[in-house]
Design a protein around this ligand. Structure first.
Ligand code: HEM
Length: 387
């Protein structure tokens, strides 16, 4: 075990609002062992930014871990060349050019469709009725899993994520996660047949054209369903909430002084949808004044890094005018989010501007609880608008 100073958290309070504890860690023990999480947390931005790249020490390879048991072998749990081969194969499907030339029109059509359904209603629960289906339909297109129903995408994502966090071994959670994973395999097999006849730029097709095995394709698709569904959903709803609760800043966007891209970038700095990424210590090492032992579990805390006062003035405030170039909500190493360009386009170019434009007078109509420290976002967002 690392010899980092111990910093205890109350798990319930940490999930309700991790930011006070993370600020305490940065101030008192920036690399600390948290017994309740069984991991050593690295919390300062520059330490995360530097150490995440030292993959020889902080390895993504975690054989037999829950993520691998449920999703199979996949790129998120590989280092070095083994990772790069799959990452390069994936690139053409999610490159900025493909996003512009292929996915942008699909995102516009998806957002248009869901707003057409919502507009006459005058009220909605924005997470469930807009952010969730927009994120799911975008993912259906990008993955190539157009044979998966919209709501099923969210269900499978959640079931697998619950399975990956099932450290207590709850049999029901495991059964649901395995069933979700198996159902994705069946849908991939069906799509592979069709996509071999008519290849396109979807992830399944691009990985197949690159010669990846069916199991490697399935592993990547499952990781993307795990990470590419909840995060855009939480970022769409979260940024919408932030703008509705900061009307002066929304006014700056309406006046052309700032953009929805600024709002999205600042929101995911302020409330990172993915709060951390785990690593396994591969060999003994001393860094940041702490000695690590092989097989220690380390969490790189993006949520904390993005509120580091060494880089951001008044880091707990939402401020769309700030420079967020030092923020790392998409990661800071070789596993940097492959869907960053797609997310920016989907959310900042279409979901947010079209929603505020087409739902006039959009305002909050109830409580907006937030939850989570590893994944964080609004649980529900009741809203109303003028019809
Ligand atoms: C606001 C939305 C999103 C956020 C905040 C986000 C954030 C992240 C983060 C923090 C990581 C881990 C980085 C690391 O370990 O250094 C990651 C990895 C990844 N993300 Fe995203 N993500 C988002 C949306 C998406 C979408 C829509 C897709 C796919 C369509 C996607 C695909 C991936 C993949 C494939 C990886 C693993 C990359 C690798 O292992 O090389 N993400 N994402």
């Amino acid at each position: 075990m690392s010899n980092a100073p111990v910093f205890s958290v109350d798990p319930q309070a940490f999930a309700a609002d991790p930011y006070p504890a993370l600020a305490g860690m940065r101030a008192q023990a920036p690399v600390c062992f948290v017994p309740e999480l069984g991991a050593t947390l690295i919390t300062r931005r520059d330490d995360v930014f530097r150490e995440e790249k030292r993959t020889g020490v902080f390895s993504s390879y975690q054989p037999g871990g829950l993520l691998q048991q449920i999703m199979g072998d996949n790129m998120m749990r590989k280092d070095g060349d083994a990772h790069m081969v799959e990452r390069k194969a994936l690139f053409p499907a999610l490159s900025p050019r493909t996003v512009r030339d292929v996915w942008a029109d699909k995102f516009r059509a998806i957002v248009t469709h869901h707003l057409e359904t919502l507009k006459p209603k005058g009220q909605a629960e924005l997470v469930r009725d807009f952010a969730l289906p927009v994120a799911a339909d975008a993912l259906r297109e990008m993955t190539g899993l157009t044979n998966m129903p919209t709501l099923r995408m969210d269900y499978c994502s959640q079931a697998m994520l619950d399975g990956c966090a099932n450290y207590v071994g709850d049999a029901d959670i495991r059964r649901k996660a395995d069933a979700a994973s198996a159902s994705i395999d069946a849908l991939i097999d069906a799509r592979l047949v069709a996509l071999r006849d008519a290849p396109d730029m979807s992830i399944i097709s691009v990985l197949d054209q690159a010669g990846l095995s069916r199991d490697a394709i399935a592993g990547t698709i499952k990781v993307i369903i795990g990470g590419g569904q909840n995060e855009p959903r939480d970022a769409i709803a979260g940024t919408a909430w932030a703008l509705m609760t900061h009307p002066d800043q929304h006014g700056r966007i309406r006046e052309g002084k700032n953009s929805y891209k600024d709002a999205f970038g600042e929101y995911i700095r302020w409330v990172t949808p993915i709060g951390m990424t785990p690593r396994r210590v591969a060999k003994a090492d001393t860094t940041c004044g702490v000695s690590f032992e092989p097989d220690d579990t380390v969490f790189f805390m993006f949520s904390s890094a993005c509120r580091d006062g060494a880089h951001f003035d008044a880091p707990d405030a939402f401020d769309i005018t700030r420079d967020v170039s030092a923020a790392i909500p998409f990661g800071a190493g070789p596993h940097f989010c492959a869907g960053a360009a797609a997310s920016r386009c989907m959310i900042a170019e279409f979901a947010l501007p079209m929603m505020f434009d087409q739902l006039p007078g959009l305002e909050i109509a109830g409580d907006v609880p937030f939850q989570g420290w590893a994944f964080r976002g609004p649980v529900s967002l009741p809203v109303r608008w003028k019809t």
